[in-house]
Design a protein around this ligand. Sequence first.
Ligand code: KIV
Ligand code: ZN
Length: 519
Amino acid sequence: MTATRTVRIFDTTLRDGEQSPGASMNLTEKMEIAQALVQLGVDVIEAGFPIASPGDFESVREIAKAVSGAVVCGLARCNNADIERAWEALKHAQQPRIHVFLATSSIHREFKLRMNQEEVIARAVAGVKHAKNLCPDVEFSPEDAARTEIDFLCQVVEAVIEAGATTVNIPDTVGYATPLQMHAVIKGLRDRVRGIDRAVISVHCHDDLGLAVANSLAAVEAGAGQIECTINGLGERAGNCSLEEVVMALRTRSDYYSTTTRIVTQKLVPTSRLVANITGIQVPRNKAIVGRNAFAHEAGIHQDGMLKERRTYEIMRPEDVGLERTDLVLGKHSGRAALADRTKALGYQLSPEQLQTLFERFKMLADRKKEIYDGDVAALCEDQFSELPERFSFVSYDLACASGHAPRVMLRVLQGGEEKSVEVNAGDGPIDGIFLAIEKLTGIATVCRDFRVQAVTVGKDAQAEVTVELQSTDPEQSGQVHRGRGVSTDSLEASAKAFLAAVNRVILGAQPRLHPQRT
Ligand code: KIV
Ligand code: ZN
């Protein structure tokens, strides 16, 4: 039997994940995610890019102080100012790591850095040495490694290990690599770089061609010891390797990969839901492992097979990712205990106060809807999680509309406990009318970039789930996108809630910050 080795899981949800358009998080939200990542069992938390903004610095510093049980890492470009700022934020961590990066591919050398190969190596070595003087744990990333000439990549990796790097991360920055190529790069480094055993080889794959998980697995097969990934695959452009997918692939196919991770897989669904609700970026229903349909069997032939022996159509047990299977349908007469059981089984951890509010909403929903399915409970919980104080919240609307006439909308909202109302007689239809009413009442002007409605469950009385993306017109926010979500059996009410949730995010805004790879 082959010995099982442990692959380290480096989570970069709070750094690369936060680079997803519209995924900015505040300090409280980042802290909540960092604690959830510790519970999940990740080895390394990349908490941010400290020089990017005072807000980023503060989040890394607070996470570094609060976290125990995982390495806390901060990103730095390969210059003294970045590295010192990163150290300043990390120095109180129990296990700090400085992550220094510098591009190495010919296209980046020529057009971005305007440096030749020797200059790149010299800068990389100087950066790693400087970081090493501050912190014993130093990771170096040759940015765009997957498009870097392999001979040159070997030279860079050898030089940074010699300079003290303890982890060398191989990023496929633009998601260009293929699995066999990634395998060859890692194997090439293992075969050719002197001293390679003194460092952990890591991979960081982007998903532009939908290959991030496959490329990361290929790297592990070739001997990589660390995978950089994010919850729900969040990240720059098409995102990063999805943590839940890569971890469950290694676990489900441990017969093939002979590896293990320290991830507590039963926490995957709750962590995914927490991140989706904090960022407002919902997980597609059919997403592997954590999508709502990932363990739903619709086809009769599948259901029949499942009843006889579930392994006929299921390669993982839902409870192993934090979902408990149930066919139980709740209704008007279900009590608080039944609801508490359901929410727990669905992977939500609610405080007694949250459960009380949820129960009140559940009763209201049960008056409107006969049968309440898991999807309904999940939707209610997600609304609950995303509710933050001191913002606008929906109360009610009155509407009169007819084809060919502008709608008349009267909207009432709560702002800090005080009810406010507004009336408009404008818009192309009821939803546009509601949107204009919200803009008038909150004084926030935005451009609507996306608007989607879908049914949460089956049946005519199903709840509508509305998601919107609004772009701020505030020049200070430089076109940032903010998301909102609303759920109700009334699709107009769901729309109003979604618009208000997104406007609330616009109000919170985000501080101007540097982007690590665009400067
Ligand atoms: O994609 C990338 O190259 C990165 C580096 C900073 C590791 O995010
Ligand atoms: Zn990246």
